[in-house]
Design a protein around this ligand. Structure first.
Ligand code: ATP
Length: 219
């Protein structure tokens, strides 16, 4: 069981707090809004109505002893930055922060946030990729150039082996897993693995290489 502090119980922070709690972890949830605090009372271990930019208060609450903090304040960028700064300053090892703009993200990275999440932008990218190609089920950006993408196998490749497709040599990306119709994951599939209807390739590589692969099998 791990201990978490979640600051800001909007839709994003609230869903993180709830999920962590459901997974059996200890969650201290902080929000300045009385109603939010009431709403989360039955969901998490402890709720506190407080302004997260109050350093003394965070120290008094023992937040420094927690390994992971999540700051999910969207609208008030100043509060988000200050809370992050305080959490890093008092020594919280892992601070994850939600950003609402590129500039917000840059500032958070500069002041030492360990992970910055930009949910609206990231979800927008994922949905756009899915809209462009019906063969792309999901898209996870691992850097600006590299991604992990779920590509649906098309008729064109049914019955062919991974060796025959020669994905690495032809498209310079790697099939790291194949998910079958019954949701079974075949991690690091063998070269002689035959592609079946309903299979989904989990591919890692450069964005343009993955798209070349996806286009080729989708044509
Ligand atoms: P959502 O995740 O719903 O999109 P959002 O990004 O719009 O939320 P906000 O509504 O700005 O985020 O803030 C989320 C929560 O953070 C709110 O419940 C708000 O009361 C809380 N909050 C804002 N500032 C502070 C602060 N200084 N201290 C504690 N909580 C705060």
């Amino acid at each position: 069981m791990k201990q978490f502090v979640v600051i800001g119980l909007g839709r994003f922070g609230g869903s993180i707090a709830k999920t962590l709690s459901e997974l059996g972890h200890e969650v201290m949830a902080i929000d300045q809004d009385e109603q939010k605090v009431q709403d989360f009372l039955p969901i998490v271990t402890q709720t506190i109505q407080a302004d997260a930019t109050d350093e003394k208060l965070l120290l008094d609450l023992g937040v420094r002893n927690v390994d992971n903090a999540i700051v999910s304040i969207g609208d008030d960028i100043q509060a988000s930055i200050l809370a992050t700064l305080i959490l890093k300053d008092i020594g919280v090892p892992h601070v994850t922060v939600k950003a609402i703009s590129e500039l917000h993200q840059k500032v958070l990275e500069k002041i030492g946030a360990d992970k910055v999440i930009h949910p609206e932008r990231d979800m927008g990218i994922r949905v756009a990729h899915h809209l462009i190609s019906k063969n792309i089920l999901d898209h996870i950006e691992i850097s600006s150039k590299y991604s992990i993408v779920e590509v649906v196998a098309t008729e064109k490749v049914f019955g062919k082996s991974l060796a025959a497709l020669d994905v690495r040599a032809k498209y310079h990306c790697n099939v790291i897993a194949i998910r079958s119709k019954d949701n079974k994951m075949n991690i690091t599939p063998a070269a002689d693995e035959k592609i079946q209807p309903g299979d989904v390739f989990i591919v890692i590589g450069r964005n343009e290489d993955i798209h070349a692969f996806e286009k080729k099998i989708g044509e």
